[in-house]
Design a protein around this ligand. Structure first.
Ligand code: ATP
Ligand code: MG
Length: 267
């Protein structure tokens, strides 16, 4: 989407340029380009196994491309040495596909972990950061609970509090609502929007859940066989007639869609 000049708050934060990635003979990314603009929430949809998590991992350099380049602002990061990259990592918050809390630490320990890792803050300051991040996700007071004592939705929210503990510029959410019932999923959608509004963070959300995609997205992109085949607004995606996109939007197989289109033609 073209951005008018002078909107400095919408400048590119991350750029992926012609990214190719294969594992053995499996081509997962076959030349993708993606620009994430400051303050925008981009949702990536696509079938299971299409490479959505692989894209997120390229953005934070958990994976490196076989070909192509990754930029954070004006800095190329795909070829940076790990010790330089370590300084940038706190700017990215990652909510992993499985919430992946540390079971041996209570809620406070989990949220405090990145703060202790990356800063030299004092105990009282750390406690206050943990409190404010838990408050943001609606869980202040649960500091001394253990992950095993939490519901699925609470675990996701603690993981989210941990992901924002260092006030990242960019938050990556990998399937944040999977496994939650609709009301709990909606709480997570609300949180994603709230973080975007209150902290002006840039976000990428990977999801299977179209209802969630439409609620949180400024922009929806669909990955299909290694390439992006759709890039548009949550409104426009509802009107597309590309059967590969429609099947995802409607939750039907693309064969069913093609059949119904053919039936229409013969009517
Ligand atoms: N480190 C890896 N080594 C080998 N193969 C991998 C690796 N990471 C991902 N893959 C393969 O790449 C493909 C894409 O994986 P990815 O996890 O990105 O899919 P996805 O779109 O996130 O799927 P889901 O919706 O099920 O999470 C899969 O076939 C997966 O097996
Ligand atoms: Mg995935």
């Amino acid at each position: 989407m073209p951005v008018p000049d002078g909107q400095s708050n919408h400048e590119p934060l991350i750029k992926l340029i012609d990214i190719h990635k294969r594992f053995g003979s499996l081509v997962v990314l076959d030349g993708i380009d993606l620009t994430l603009r400051t303050g925008e929430t981009t949702v990536i949809i696509g079938e299971s196994g299409s490479g959505k998590s692989v894209i997120l991992k390229h953005i934070v350099r958990l994976l490196r491309p076989d070909r192509g380049q990754v930029f954070y602002r004006d800095q190329r990061i795909d070829d940076l040495p790990e010790r330089v990259l370590a300084g940038l990592r706190p700017r990215f918050g990652f909510l992993f596909q499985l919430s992946a809390l540390f079971d041996s630490m209570n809620v406070e320990g989990n949220v405090a972990f990145p703060v202790i890792e990356h800063t030299r803050r004092r105990r009282a300051e750390i406690k206050e950061i943990v409190r404010s991040k838990l408050a943001m996700v609606g869980l202040d007071g649960l500091q001394s609970q253990w992950p095993a004592e939490l519901s699925g939705g609470q675990k996701k929210r603690v993981a989210l509090a941990r992901a924002i503990a260092l006030d990242p510029e960019l938050i990556l959410y990998d399937e944040p609502t999977t496994g939650l019932d609709p009301p709990r999923a909606d709480e997570i959608n609300e949180l994603i929007r709230k973080l975007q509004n209150e902290l002006q963070v840039t976000s990428v959300v990977v999801t299977h859940d179209m209802a969630s995609a439409r609620k949180v997205a400024d922009r929806i992109i669909m990955l299909y066989r290694g390439k992006f085949i759709y890039d548009g607004t949550p409104q426009s995606i509802m009107e597309t007639d590309d059967p590969r996109v429609r099947s995802f939007v409607d939750g039907r197989s693309s064969d069913e869609i093609l059949e119904s289109l053919q039936e229409k033609d013969t009517e």
